[in-house]
Design a protein around this ligand. Structure first.
Ligand SMILES: Nc1nc2c(c(=O)[nH]1)N[C@H]1C(S)=C(S)[C@@H](COP(=O)(O)O)O[C@H]1N2
Ligand SMILES: [Mo]
Length: 263
């Protein structure tokens, strides 16, 4: 990843820290212009001060960025409000066509076979059996129209439906005091989230997009849809879910994206 890319990621993280700090201090409504100003003014000097690292070489810049990013994870974790809902939208506002994104092009989209598909559930759960798609469809479903925000600079409104993830976790007897829920995907993508977000009422194990079976490009057979997190935290083509206290990282997170990734 280029330095510029890392810094732009840092800019995002700095923005999130400042936003939350500002909320805490002032409990005022957001002021986008001020936020942009603060974000742009977090310089390399500021980074050095925040992280306590001297930024004389690339390795130190790297260290400083990851220090700030891990700090940001903790701040976002502390400040995450498990009951605060992300905005929802009327169906008329759905973005059509909804954008496709992955670490590869649309011509390489994975096609998962429905018949042979089994969802693996492992780690700190009482019931480690595998799930067929049919069994998930038989559970009570909800849907919601929310905004997906990608760090690459676009956002789009879509409608996802499926099983509330908290219901699923309780059903498999997950240890809800564990720190992380990790996901392995059919395309070798992987990511992980904090337990409070996993249990958030708007976090759904999505089986449908816009009222129809989730198409391959949007992550058949299932994706985790979280309007409280950025796009890269929402895994498509989920094949395995595991509950753990060992930090699992993620595809983009391991390359420098902020792990908490709140939106
Ligand atoms: N399995 C898998 N999930 C993934 C990705 C991916 O490459 N593979 N990309 C992530 C990113 S960066 C984004 S923005 C969204 C894009 O989802 P969409 O194609 O439904 O817009 O998927 C996320 N989940
Ligand atoms: Mo993304």
């Amino acid at each position: 990843m280029s330095q510029k890319r890392r810094l732009s990621l840092l800019g995002l993280d700095g923005g999130a820290i400042l936003k939350e700090a500002k909320n805490l201090l002032a409990k005022r409504v957001e002021q986008p212009s001020r936020r942009t100003f603060l974000r742009n003014s977090l310089t390399l000097g500021g980074l050095a001060m925040l992280s306590g690292c001297s930024l004389s070489d690339d390795e130190n810049v790297e260290k400083a960025l990851s220090t700030v990013s891990r700090f940001n994870d903790r701040v976002q974790g502390w400040l995450f409000d498990p009951n605060k809902l992300a905005p929802t939208y009327p169906e008329s506002m759905i973005t059509r066509p909804f954008p496709f994104n992955a670490y590869y092009g649309i011509d390489e989209v994975r096609h998962v076979d429905e018949e042979s598909f089994r969802l693996e559930v492992t780690g700190m759960v009482a019931d480690k059996r595998q799930w067929r798609l049919e069994e998930l469809r038989a559970m009570a479903q909800i849907d919601q129209v929310t905004r997906h925000i990608c760090v690459e600079g676009w956002s789009a409104i879509g409608k996802w439906g499926g099983v509330p993830f908290s219901t699923f976790l309780k059903r498999v007897g997950a240890d809800l005091t564990a720190k992380y829920v990790g996901f392995k995907c059919a395309d070798d993508y992987y990511t992980s989230i904090d337990m409070p977000t996993a249990l958030h009422p708007q976090t759904i194990l999505a089986l449908t997009y816009d009222g129809k079976t989730l198409p391959p490009e949007y992550g058949f057979p299932m994706k985790l849809r979280m309007p409280t997190k950025l796009g890269y935290k929402n895994p498509k083509h989920i094949q395995a879910i595991f509950v753990t206290n060992t930090y699992p990282g993620g595809y983009w997170e391991d390359q420098g994206y902020n792990w908490f990734g709140g939106s």
